[in-house]
Design a binder for this molecule. Structure first.
Ligand code: NAD
Length: 258
């Protein structure tokens, strides 16, 4: 399978979890990959390289606009083009609004929302020149509905759904599409931290905490797999999705159907 051979994909936060799964799914379809993120980059690069594509790494901090600009410029220079942009990097912090630390608010808004503006801002001119591009924003069901103790995360994710619609509309007459994916619970390092906190709070095992967390919101009672998000990203990048524009597509075990 090589539908994206000759194309380049940048996946922010692709050293673990959903970002790594998307990078591997796109690489399996022939796309060269620019990896970014603070996790175990060597292991991520090895897994992606095994798909037979070219891989490079840039350690931009997605809370820093100047580093984001350098990331986009470096990707275009290294591979010649930037065709597929997946805005995935994200962090979480939980507290009630009155207890929410201001620095946590600022960094969640910067990493989970503003970074997608800056990457798109710098990547769109090149995509427009070639009249082809795919921008996928990894939002969350928290871009569609809220949960307690997640003020910054929910605000950022609702914001990124709005940014997705504007970007899609501004490019509607071009070969550039922009869509959001809204996952429910996916078992990644970001969610494992919430499982650990719950296990400690309730004095229960990891397995019990996992089941309690997922079944509270997700009617299926099961986690979404990172690879399933990867497969949806591949579809949204493909020719069959050229008229899918500005959607916020949930994959959430029924969470938002309730
Ligand atoms: P993860 O912790 O496994 O991955 C997050 C990635 O972002 C890592 O590579 C990390 O190094 C990177 N990152 C964090 N801060 C960064 C920064 N300042 N600069 C550059 N990279 C940075 O988590 P995940 O669950 O795979 O999350 C990926 C995305 O999916 C996030 O946007 C998250 O909000 C979203 N999401 C996750 C779930 C879930 O249940 N796991 C559900 C809905 C949405």
């Amino acid at each position: 399978m090589s539908q994206f051979k000759g194309k380049t994909a940048l996946v922010t936060g692709s050293t673990s979890g959903i970002g790594l799964a998307i990078a591997i799914a796109l690489a399996k379809q022939g796309a060269n990959i620019m990896v970014n993120g603070f996790g175990e980059k060597d292991a991520a690069i090895t897994q992606i390289k095994a798909c037979g594509v070219e891989v490079d790494y840039h350690g931009a901090d997605m809370s820093k606009p100047a580093e984001i600009e350098d990331l986009i410029k470096h990707t275009e220079k290294r591979f010649g083009t930037l065709d597929i942009l997946v805005n995935n990097a994200g962090i979480q912090f939980t507290a009630n609004v009155e207890d929410f630390p201001a620095d946590k608010w600022e960094s969640i808004i910067a990493i989970n929302l503003s970074s997608a503006f800056y990457t798109s801002h710098h990547a769109l001119p090149g995509m427009k020149k070639r009249n082809w591009g795919r921008i996928i924003n990894i939002a969350s069901i928290h871009g569609l509905v809220a949960s307690t103790q997640k003020a910054a995360y929910v605000a950022a994710k609702h914001g990124i759904v709005g940014l997705t619609k504007v970007t899609a509309l501004e490019n509607a007459k071009t070969g550039i599409t922009c869509n959001a994916i809204c996952p429910g619970w996916v078992l990644t390092p970001l969610v494992q931290k919430q499982v650990d906190a719950r296990a400690q709070r309730d004095g229960v095992s990891d397995e019990v905490a996992k089941n309690a967390l997922v079944s509270e919101k997700q009617p299926s009672g099961g986690f979404v797999a990172p690879e399933q998000i990867g497969a949806l990203a591949v579809f949204l990048c493909g020719a069959d999705a050229s008229e899918v524009r500005g959607v916020a597509w949930n994959m959430d075990g029924g969470w938002t159907a309730q």
